[in-house]
Write a protein that binds this ligand. Structure first.
Ligand code: HPA
Length: 280
């Protein structure tokens, strides 16, 4: 399923081309993980040592992201003493991108050698005990974006019908627990539901999501995790709870609040990811 005559299909061949275009510039050798930074969590990029950066606009098949709180760079370097790749900024479906485009960076980091994917995002807390600033290990997800990043022809090296019974590797969840304990950080754990957005949810929608078994709601991540599983990557994910979801508290939601809570929780998040990566 391409984007039009002659346009990129954002499949494995395009991913290989993108990887070949940036590998040398980024000095990529053997990354232990690729890390997707969610809204307001970009500070991790400043912790990377010997960082080399390529703006998204210079990567074939990528777009320049437009959302405040997202930078739009692929970064290579070391974190916690291990080689990592950072995706600072993502392509959201609410920007009009297909699920394939939203997941394309995952195909590229896989082509660059990453076999572990760490995803992060900002999310609204549905579970009533969640507070802004909490970090939630993603135990599972619900895809309510109603599209799949695997739509279209089967890609070489990808499973056509990936098993999704444990998309977030229990082994990596245990490493996150370990890392949090070392840091004296209490982690939440729950189910992330991905919606298309860009509206925040209505009160009725949040009641519905609660009944469906979701603990946190956001507008990303699911397309990336689906492609990662099709590629056989191990996945770990953390949601930063930036706000109570609509109706859980009685204040209106705005993006500035999401970015601000991100800035405050950023220290804990950065420490957690650094310790996690050093345990891989
Ligand atoms: N809903 C959806 N996405 C979000 C939210 C929310 O409440 N907060 C941060 N991202």
């Amino acid at each position: 399923m391409g984007t039009g005559a002659g346009g990129p299909s954002h499949g494995s061949a395009d991913a290989q081309r993108a990887a070949d275009a940036v590998r040398e510039r980024l000095g990529v050798r053997a990354p232990v993980a690729a890390i997707v930074l969610g809204s307001g969590l970009g500070a991790l990029a400043d912790r990377v040592r010997d960082a080399k950066r390529v703006p998204y606009g210079e990567i074939p098949g990528f777009h320049a992201p437009k959302v405040e709180g997202h930078r739009g760079e692929m970064i290579s370097g070391t974190l916690g003493g291990r080689e990592v790749l950072l995706l600072a900024g993502r392509f959201h479906m609410y920007e009009g991108h297909s699920a394939r485009v939203a997941a394309f960076p995952v195909r590229v980091v896989h082509a660059l050698g990453a076999r572990t994917l760490f995803v992060s995002n900002a999310a609204g807390g549905i579970r009533r005990t969640f507070k802004p600033g909490d970090l939630m290990v993603i135990a599972d997800h619900i895809n309510l974006m109603f599209r799949s990043s695997l739509e279209g022809a089967a890609e070489q090296g990808e499973v056509r019908f990936p098993d999704m019974s444990a998309p977030y590797a229990p082994r990596l969840q245990a490493l996150l627990d370990d890392a949090a304990k070392a840091q004296g950080l209490a982690l939440q754990r729950g189910v992330y539901v991905g919606l298309l957005g860009p509206t925040y949810e209505t009160l009725a929608e949040v009641r519905m999501l609660d009944r469906l078994g979701a603990d946190a709601v956001g507008m990303s991540t699911v397309p990336e995790v689906i492609v990662a599983r099709a590629l056989g990557m191990e996945v770990a994910g953390v949601s930063l709870i930036t706000n109570p979801a609509a109706g859980i508290s009685h204040t209106a939601l705005d993006h500035a609040e999401v970015v601000e809570v991100g800035a405050r929780a950023s220290e804990a998040f950065c420490g957690l990811v650094e310790r996690f990566v050093s345990r891989l």
